[in-house]
Design a protein. Structure first.
Length: 114
């Protein structure tokens, strides 16, 4: 993978994290504009997270980066295990799990340079 593509992967990761930090109203507006369900926010992160893991295994990005974003992934897995009630507009607005996700994403994002 070229440096440009690694840079692009990192930018996609930053973008996915940024979306997870947004206020509930911004998140809902985003998914409405796309015409998708709220779980799309998690799916976008999941896609780039798996790609990042693969690139870390290839030695193209650091394991430290994966460690930085791992709490976000773990929290999303927990939310998924909690069931469909976590993936509603009401949950995005009111559930403490969504607020915790925003906090974890903010923390991870603060460790990544843009």
């Amino acid at each position: 993978m070229s440096t440009f593509k690694v840079d692009r992967l990192l930018q996609q990761l930053v973008t996915a994290l940024d979306r997870l930090t947004w206020h509930a109203d911004e998140q809902l507006s985003y998914v409405h504009d796309l015409g998708v369900d709220v779980d799309e926010l998690a799916l976008e992160f999941d896609d780039i997270h798996h790609l990042a893991i693969g690139k870390a295994q290839e030695g193209l990005i650091s394991d430290a980066l994966i460690t930085t974003i791992q709490p976000v992934d773990e929290h999303l897995k927990l939310m998924t295990e909690m069931g469909p009630s976590m993936w509603t507009e009401a949950a995005v607005q009111d559930a403490t799990e969504w607020q915790e996700l925003r906090n974890l994403a903010r923390s991870a994002r603060s460790h990544l340079a843009t």
